[in-house]
Design a protein around this ligand. Sequence first.
Ligand code: MG
Length: 343
Amino acid sequence: MMSKNFSPYAAYLVFIAVVFISCKPTVESSLIADQDKEALAGNAVDYFGPLKVSGNRIVDSHDQPVQLRGMSFFWSQWKGKYYTNQTVNWLKNDWYCNVVRAALAVEAGGYLTNPDAEKEKVFTVIDAAIEHGLYVIVDWHDHHATDHEKEAKIFFAEVAKKYGDKPNIIYEPFNEPLQISWSSKIKPYHQAVIDTIRTYDPDNLIICGTSNWSQDVDIAANDPLTGTNIAYTLHFYSGTHKQSLRNKATVALNKNVALMVTEFGTTDASGDGQVNTSETEKWFAFLDEHKISWCNWSVADKVESSAVLKPRASATGDWLPSELTQSGTFIRAKIRSQNQRFE
Ligand code: MG
């Protein structure tokens, strides 16, 4: 029974305590339930097989639409410490990722300066993805790739020769073009790199960046590339890009091109600022509706809110829940709730 002098403030504290106690076990039990998710035999690449483009969808070897969900690594020259076999394995086993993205830095001390060192990091991730059965996006992480066409062709020729017979590989020849012409600048670059890749690999997916930081998918859809298994890159950051960008994506889908979100953040376009979970949920609803695959930016311990790891988190996985950022906790839960779990 409540005493006569029980203050409203004390009542408020009791209310908060009751809410806290009643919520806490729910959170813990949902994590336990997640861990009990039944594991399928094999791995994601065995399960879906070689991917293709069919109309405005990516489809599996049974021509069924497939939606991949996973993580993008950060610029290789700055956070290359995470480009390890163990991190890829952890992202599969603990996050249930079925795709990762290796972001080969090109400028700013990247491949143009240290081709062998940067390439080796990407090859480590590719080899790990093949070993553990994930798809891997090989991303030429550049904002000025039209200035580096020769180098891009050399790199992608090497990747296609070495790995083109593996269903795991997805090529991404141009991360984020800036505000330059699709038809006169970006499209000819892609067509040249596609021709090089197709010399050695006739079939794996090639996802092509679009103007305005890979947002102008509607412009690309008006003047599409020629070739098979070609799709277009859509990037968004939930704090900045909202319904108007989803509308552009809808225009592109209605022109019958396939899209892939090779990179998105839960934050502002800077990669920092508040984590906007409500707008990200709107994006997830859109991506789920249209079966659009995605990778979240990024596997990094940089002090910025889009990074999924807190500073000094291990470079070999085994991350504790307390080592994940707000965005990392949110994204991990999303992937675990929707992706199949494999042994
Ligand atoms: Mg192939």
